[in-house]
Each structure stands twice: as structure tokens, then as C-alpha cells.
Design a binder for this molecule. Structure first.
Ligand code: FES
Length: 67
């Protein structure tokens, strides 16, 4: 599903970008041009970022606890 119509960016692209290190809307803007025009997608893009990092956080917490 398209999240950013202006830049034709999909939810999948945002999830992949977040999994590859994008942590902020600014990161998404730099890498995918998300929210670089009208900005209507910003809220949804941030929600996706939070979802990806919420899922990733417990695993990284375990990694640091066992290291
Ligand atoms: S919908 Fe993303 S900048 Fe317009």
C-alpha cells in the first residue's frame, strides 16, 4: 500500500528502510523522499517506524543482555 503518494513510496519500502537503520522521519526523507512534499504521509510513516523499532527492540535488548 502506498503511504507517500507524492513520492510513490510503499509501506514495504518504509519497513525495509527502517530495518536497515532509518530511525527518524528525517532518515526516511533523506533515503526515500517520504514527507518531502505535502507532508500528509508523515504521521503514517512515523507509525510504521515505531512499529518496526518496537518489534526490533526486544531482540536487541536480549543481545546486549547476553553479550
Ligand atoms: S504524501 Fe508524502 S509528501 Fe505528500
Amino acid at each position: 500500500m502506498y503511504v507517500c503518494i507524492c513520492a510513490a513510496v510503499t509501506e514495504r519500502q518504509i519497513r525495509t528502510c527502517a530495518q536497515n537503520g532509518a530511525a527518524t522521519l528525517q532518515d526516511l526523507r533523506e533515503k526515500l523522499c517520504v514527507a518531502g512534499n505535502c507532508g500528509k504521509c508523515a504521521r503514517h510513516a512515523k507509525t510504521i517506524l515505531r512499529e518496526v523499532h518496537a518489534v526490533a527492540a526486544p531482540a536487541s535488548t536480549l543481545d546486549s543482555a547476553t553479550a
